[in-house]
Design a binder for this molecule. Structure first.
Ligand SMILES: [Ca+2]
Ligand SMILES: [Ca+2]
Length: 336
């Protein structure tokens, strides 16, 4: 059989070109008779100078470089420490990449059969200044311009870049990642799940930049673009320092019509929250806060009169019209 040459074109990111990089960033090319080459599974930064690439099989690296893709378009010398073929490769960059700065890793690898291919993947500079954060309020109801949101209180100064919310009951889009934003202890952050108005801005520099119903001039507003009931009232929400990273806080909530978590994903998230010490005493749905009677103006919030003890007793559904996006929660409960 003649030598099989397959070229697959993958547009992985907007890319302006890299003269000193030998790898074509938009092309994955495979040479050889066996096209079952190891697949690139993920690329993620693990420290300020290191990132890890995970493959579905053993590979060796032929070449690699990292290029900054903001205004500077700088190429950063990149090495890898590899004596034998591995499915987990750590690349070491010669220079620090700023928190949240967009970059692209381009590399060429080959497997034991001699099949080689190159790839380019975008990622952002490692955030070593993740603030301590607490979920303080959620709205799961939606009416007209009042969209679902999560309010987060910042407990220590830091940067939000890459901080992730895992929304366990949302199978369409289960993770939201915050962009870079310097925050200070005492600030409120608002993640609005829909964008249904004009003038919405994800604020990175100024708290008063965004318009929009429930935006706040004294909170950092971020706007997602989800649809169709994206935040369920029976749910487990995890706030993580980065995707797959340490759990900073969690909220387990459930309507009384359920006597068990409605999906395996939610059950596992509840267990992860309890294991991380972010909720208790158990991961059973009976230890979740009751989220009955929520409406667009009756949100679920921490009662500001109680200390944070990571359990259902800290939370309550507030009275009608007492939703408080971007400000301290009401301590007036809804009385059914
Ligand atoms: Ca704002
Ligand atoms: Ca509030």
């Amino acid at each position: 059989m003649s030598r099989l040459v397959i070229c697959l074109v993958f547009v992985l990111a907007a890319f302006t070109g890299c003269s000193s990089c030998v790898i074509d960033p938009q092309t994955i090319s495979i040479w050889g008779g066996d096209i079952q080459v190891p697949e690139l599974l993920s690329v993620y930064p693990v420290s300020t100078y290191e990132l890890t690439a995970e493959f579905s099989g053993l590979v060796t690296v032929n070449a690699a470089c990292v290029e900054q893709t903001d205004d500077s378009t700088k190429v950063i010398e990149t090495l890898w420490n590899q004596k034998a073929a591995s499915s987990l490769i750590t690349f070491v960059m010669a220079e620090k990449i700023g928190i949240g700065v967009p970059v692209i890793l381009s590399a060429s690898v080959q497997d034991s059969g001699g099949n080689s291919y190159s790839f380019s993947v975008p990622f952002t500079g490692y955030n070593e200044r993740v603030p301590d954060l607490r979920i303080t309020e959620i709205r799961t109801g939606y009416a007209k311009l009042k969209v679902e949101y999560m309010e987060i209180l910042v407990l220590s100064d830091g940067n939000m870049a890459g901080v992730a919310v895992y929304n366990a009951m949302n199978s369409t889009k289960s993770v939201y990642e915050f962009p870079g934003c310097e925050v200070r202890a005492g600030d409120f952050v608002l993640w609005h799940l829909r964008s249904v108005e004009e003038g919405l801005i994800c604020e990175s520099d100024a708290m008063d930049a965004s318009l929009g119903t429930d935006s706040s001039n004294s909170a950092w507003d971020f706007w997602d673009t989800q649809e169709r009931a994206p935040l369920k009232s029976t749910n487990v929400l995890l706030l993580q320092e980065r995707i797959g990273g340490r759990i900073l806080d969690a909220l387990l909530c459930a309507e009384s019509k359920y006597d068990a978590w409605p999906s395996e994903a939610v059950r596992l998230a509840a267990e992860a929250a309890v294991e991380a010490g972010a909720w208790g005493p158990t991961a059973l749905i009976t230890d979740a806060v009751c989220s009955d009677y929520m409406t667009p103006t009756r949100t679920l919030g921490r009662n500001p009169q109680f200390d944070d003890t990571d359990c259902a007793g800290n939370w309550m559904v507030c009275a009608t019209s007492c939703a408080s996006p971007g400000t301290v929660n009401s301590s007036k409960p809804h009385v059914p």
